[in-house]
Design a protein. Structure first.
Length: 74
């Protein structure tokens, strides 16, 4: 009895995960998703603060947009 209830619970978990995983975006819904408020870089101050925290933790400055191997030979 205990094993069957565990299997039912596990099946319900998989069904719940599968039911919420994928969706199709219709063409008229894409305007909402591409609006300015949905962009992650819409707030320059928040972006600057996030980069400051990242570089403070990594003990490095700059290098986000510079390519190269790190040896100075580009």
């Amino acid at each position: 009895m205990r094993r069957s209830s565990a299997l039912v619970a596990l099946l319900l978990v998989f069904v719940a995960i599968g039911a919420t995983g994928c969706t199709t975006v219709q063409p008229w819904e894409r305007a909402t998703l591409s609006s300015y408020s949905m962009r992650p870089d819409r707030d320059p101050l928040a972006q600057a603060m996030a980069e400051h925290i990242y570089f403070s933790r990594e003990s490095a400055a700059g290098g986000r947009s510079v390519g190269g191997s790190g040896c100075g030979c580009n």
